[in-house]
Design a protein around this ligand. Structure first.
Ligand code: SAH
Length: 225
């Protein structure tokens, strides 16, 4: 055995190491601070392999996006970490995710917030996400199948909102469901054009400010009407 050999690193630690390295690189380029330790702890807790189809399970712990069926993807783990970090959630927060896909990011949010409201447009994905979350015993996520551009009015306002698909403009209903002091993270741009992950913040006086964070590539937030 070579000196200093400490055995194979568990895949989740390799993934978190790659996320931290990418966060450090982005930090050097943009001045962004490191990811919060609570966010990294949440990524360590959620078994990403449970959320991806069997055909790509051997890549579940790679720091990259993966296909989840219906032409959709589970986001790159670093981007999940960044989006969740941007919300600056308190442990008693109630948070909304639009574009729940596999349910992975909702499960990460559930580690950091009291209640998660997640909306997915594709019935097949919504059903699969519900089954995965049930199997893992994650009960603080309310999952609904439908168009998330209208938000979840009965549960609003939220302490944080994350949209996991790209839109040309932030849907007004979502901004309206954001509490004062809360953040909304969304990729803004066209499907095959440039997209910028943007964080909107509602100030105490009710006004909203947007702040560009990072260039990204997301599937489109689809319009149903
Ligand atoms: N966060 C997900 C990945 C999101 S991929 C995960 O962790 O797996 C983006 C998802 O947004 C896709 O599943 C897509 O079906 C969904 N989507 C697209 N338009 C939508 C809309 N208008 N309302 C709700 N979900 C939508």
């Amino acid at each position: 055995m070579a000196a200093g050999w400490r055995g194979a690193e568990p895949p989740v630690e390799r993934m978190v190491g790659e996320i931290e390295a990418e966060a450090a690189l982005v930090g050097r380029l943009t001045g962004r601070r490191p990811l919060r330790p609570a966010v990294l702890a949440a990524l360590r807790t959620v078994p990403r392999e449970a959320f991806v189809p069997e055909a790509v399970r051997d890549r579940a712990w790679d720091n990259g996006p993966l296909p989840i069926g219906q032409g959709q993807t589970i986001s790159q783990p670093y981007i999940v970490a960044l989006m969740v970090d941007l919300l600056e959630l308190a442990p008693d927060a109630r948070v909304l995710e639009v574009g729940a896909g596999s349910g992975y990011q909702a499960a990460v949010l559930a580690q950091l917030a009291r209640e998660v409201y997640a909306i997915e447009l594709e019935p097949v994905l919504a059903e699969r996400a519900r089954a995965t979350l049930d199997r893992l015993g994650i009960s603080s996520i309310h999952l609904r199948c439908g168009d998330g551009r209208v938000g979840w009015p009965e549960a609003a306002p939220f302490d944080g909102i994350v949209v996991s698909a790209a839109a040309e403009d932030v849907p007004p209903a979502l901004l309206a469901q954001l509490k004062p002091g809360a953040h909304l993270a969304i990729p803004i741009g066209t499907f095959d054009g440039p997209q910028v992950l943007t964080r909107y913040t509602r100030a105490a006086d009710g006004s909203v400010q947007g702040e560009p964070i990072l260039d990204v590539a997301f599937v489109p937030l689809r319009k149903t009407r």
